[in-house]
Every structure is written in C-alpha cells, then in structure tokens.
Design a protein around this ligand. Structure first.
Ligand code: NDP
Length: 286
C-alpha cells in the first residue's frame, strides 16, 4: 500500500516558512513583497482561484494588488495596466489569471509581463531559461511537484519519469524540470501509442491530462511513484484526479491524492516565486 504524499500539509509548512521570511524581510530590510493579480471576466473557477491566491498572500504578509476587469475590457486597456504594474516598484510579481476572454490573445498578454515579474513562469524568456536549466521562475505547478518529491526524499535522478500531458503550463515545464533533475523523461500525449505500456514503464508517473480517473491502477508499475496533477470536477460536484486513486495506491510506493496533493503546492510556489522576485530586486540572495 502506498504512502500518501500530503500536499496540503507540506504546502502549509512551506507557507509558514515564507510567512516567517516575509516578516524577517520587513523587519530587517523594510521591504514587503507584492503580487498583482489580474482577472478579466466572470469565470467562476478563476474567481475561486484568485480569491485563494489573495488570501494566501494576506496570510503570508505579502501585499496583494487586485485588479478585476469586466469581460469586455479591450486588449489595449489590459496592456496599459500590465505596463503600469511592470513599472510599479511595490509589485514584484504579476499574475494574469487564465483563461482570458476570447477577444484577448493570451500570448500577447503573457509576453507583455516583465520577465522579471513573471512569477507564473509563462513568458517565452522564462520558458527559454527553463529549457536551459536556469529558470528565473519555475512554473508553479510543476515546481510544486518537484518540491513534493524533495520533501518526501524522492530523487528523480536516473529514474524514468513519464509525464502524461504536454501543455505549456504543466506537462512541458514538468518535463524540463525533471530533465534538469537528471531524470530520463518520456512525455506522452493524446497521440501517443500504447499509453498503458508507457505508464507501466514509469518509475515516477506524473499525470496531467484533465480526464477523471483515466489511469487505472493496473497500468501502474509495482512500487512506482504516482503524482496526480489532474483536478477534475465530477457531475456530483466532487473533485478527483486523472489517476484512479483506490486501485493505484495498492501498487504505488508513494502517491498524491487529488484534491490535497499537487493543488495546494501551486499557490505555495506562487508565493515563493514572489518572495524570490522581491529579494532579487533588493539584491538579496535567492
Ligand atoms: P490541457 O488540457 O492543457 O492539456 C492536457 C494534456 O493531456 C494535453 O497535452 C493532451 O494531449 C493530453 N491528453 C488528453 N487526452 C489524453 C489521452 N487520452 N491520453 C494521453 N494524453 C492525453 O490541461 P492542463 O495541462 O492545463 O491541465 C491538466 C490537468 O491538470 C487538469 O485536470 C487541470 O485541472 C490540472 N491542473 C492542476 C493544477 C493544480 O493542481 N494547481 C494547475 C494546472 C492544471 P494533446 O496535447 O495531444 O492534446
């Protein structure tokens, strides 16, 4: 039976450490890390995420600057806001909540955020830095996965990591971070042949697909580590991952639940990237 990786608890510890660090930065250097969060439109899930991020900032002592714009905001007004935030010395991180309304191209917006305030790590500059193994800001969800593994003492070095999913926000950066950690990496996606065989070959499986319980326990190799990034809402309103937890935990050595695994780490890493950015601006080691 697998040991369960308690992401909620680990994220809580990281957030408490950050709170203490922020207090120290304020008391010794008179500085307050600041995160600007921009949301455009009424998407209910996005609003929940933004509220959670704001509360997390407050608890950690990070200043949060909240910008809520109507869904019909023209692109140029959003760009103007981002330019203002880029120039604002109180803002160390800028997060534009995705998805954006259809009339605003995500790429243009993400490229306008200063790479030095891009705490989500989505700017092409940071994508490039990640691919050469020197990210200014590793994207929060895959970074959270690396921290979970580190926390429970699992080193991906020389292990075969299979990442299912190749999105720009999870699958691809996950693969890059695993490569940087000296894993041998396979990335599977919707056109991959024989997914069960690929999953069976994993020492460490990272599932980031977005399909409820699509990976059954029988596909998991005995003793594998299973990281489930998937967060899927079922018709009854409950959440579940991409992996069938009940059958997978019988074969895995370690497993994350979903919810309560990777999800809480994403916000903790966002706070961590914001504090890192503030320290960099003030010339402190990061
Ligand atoms: P995307 O929809 O952007 O990407 C899904 C990926 O899964 C694609 O690469 C797709 O392949 C692949 N895929 C789809 N169907 C299959 C299949 N049958 N077999 C193999 N691969 C398949 O999703 P995201 O990466 O944004 O998110 C993935 C999951 O992670 C979601 O459940 C999301 O909610 C969750 N998530 C959780 C976060 C958190 O915990 N904080 C943060 C971000 C995401 P192709 O490229 O070929 O289409």
């Amino acid at each position: 039976m697998a040991s369960v990786i308690d992401g909620k608890k680990i994220a809580g510890e990281i957030r408490e450490n950050l709170r203490q660090e922020v207090t120290w930065l304020r008391e010794t250097h008179g500085m307050v890390p600041g995160l600007a969060v921009v949301i455009v439109g009424e998407d209910p899930a996005s609003r929940v995420y933004v509220r959670m991020k704001r509360q997390a900032c407050e608890t950690a002592g990070i200043a949060s600057f909240h910008h809520e714009l109507p869904g019909d905001t023209p692109q140029n007004l959003l760009l103007e806001l981002i330019h203002r935030l880029n120039a604002d010395p109180a803002v160390h991180g800028i997060l534009v909540q995705l998805p954006l309304p259809d009339h605003i191209p995500e790429r243009v917006i993400l490229e306008t955020i200063s790479p030095y305030k891009d705490v989500d790590g989505f700017h092409p500059f940071n994508v490039g830095m990640l691919s050469i193994g020197e990210p200014l800001f590793p994207p929060c969800t895959p970074f959270g996965v690396m921290m979970l593994l580190r926390h429970v003492g699992i080193d991906p070095k020389s292990r075969h990591v299979v990442v299912v999913g190749r999105s720009n926000i999870v699958g691809k950066p996950m693969a890059m971070l695993m490569l940087a950690a000296h894993a041998t990496v396979t990335v599977a996606h919707s056109r991959s042949h024989d997914l069960p065989a690929l999953v069976r070959s994993a020492d460490i499986l990272v599932a980031a697909v977005g399909k409820p319980r699509m990976i059954p326990g029988e596909w998991i190799r005995e003793g594998a580590v299973v990281i489930d990034v998937g967060t899927n809402r079922l018709p009854d309103g409950s959440l579940c991952g991409d992996v069938d937890f009940a059958s997978a935990e019988k074969r895995a050595s370690w497993i994350t639940p979903s919810p309560g695994g990777v999800g809480p780490m994403t916000i903790a890493m966002l706070l961590s990237n914001t504090v890192k950015s503030a320290k960099r601006v003030h010339g402190l080691p990061t």
